[in-house]
Write a protein that binds this ligand. Sequence first.
Ligand code: CUA
Length: 384
Amino acid sequence: MPLGSRVIRRLNWLAPLLALAMVAACAKDFPQTTLAPKGDLARIEDAVFFETVKWAALVFVLVEGALIYAVFRFRGKPGDPEPAQIHGNTVVEVIWTVIPALILAMIAVPTVKAIFKENETPKGNALTVEVVGHQWWWEFRYPEYNLTTANELHVPVGRTVSLKMGAYDVVHSFWLPQFAGKRDVFPNRETRLWFTAEDPGEYSGQCAEFCGIQHGRMAFRVVAQPPAEFTSWVDHMKTITMQPAATSAAPIDSVHTSSAGAAVEQQTAPPAPPAPGASDSAKAQPGPAQDPRVAQGQKLFLMKGCVGCHSLVAYNAPKGLLGPNLANVGARTYIGAGTLKNTDENLTHWIRFPQDVKHGVLMPNLGVTEDEAKALVAFLRTHR
Ligand code: CUA
């Protein structure tokens, strides 16, 4: 065998260690990593994990070290007599029972402490958010502000968020690795989780319980914002209404179909009074006079039945609609619960062929043409 091959064979054992080191070094590039905690609850969980790893590593080194030492030091030669038998040696058996028990106790103490801490109800000025898992997207409601949104959870940095969670249809699992662990969500039963975001930024979350064929495309984002920015986001969300204003030519009365009627009435209810600090962004939204395609998009939104499942108002949003709230869909990073980047091209494709993008999703292919889809996109972009 050539020398090079022999060297490589001898260094084979290094490969898994190198792979592990590389994964650890790149942890930040993996959005679902649990190794880069960014919140208090995640840090508690991280500490328990590393405490366990520390003890496991110590046991590994000691046991494997003793094994390797014994293999070389006491290697048998042909003709050696039978070694002394130690079966039933009380001292040895007590030692190897007591040491693992002590190690398990060392792991159990921080673990149990963390479990109790995790199940505490946050005290003080926590922000309550109701989380509802749907096949296959996430609904987020802020009872304090009477706001509803979907797939993007905005939270203020430094304020504890108290999640009250449930599911609309089947069991899902809310998993937000950099802020908190996983917690299953069930229909007709409330589970809870809390976390406090440390740094502003966007973070990834994902459903972590198999919930149907598109379980893998049930992601969400958490947008952590400085408190002032979060407050202006709340104020701004309250101003979002059906755009353009009802003065457009859209024949709302003509689309009171059985499926859409109730929702249309809610959509066209008088808009919430503009909140202070949000006037700039409200002004920035183009009206029908600026873009006829926006007006066409609104008409299509009502006529094609979109309105039967989706609301375009976040404030006082109708409950029980089948589809995600789209009040700020124009500004979201992803569409289809983390399925596609929110570009015009992707949104057009999604509106035309939802069943191709995410087979099994409740949104049917509505027979929307390319031009119609583009008008719908122009309309939806004004909702941001
Ligand atoms: Cu929801 Cu998996």
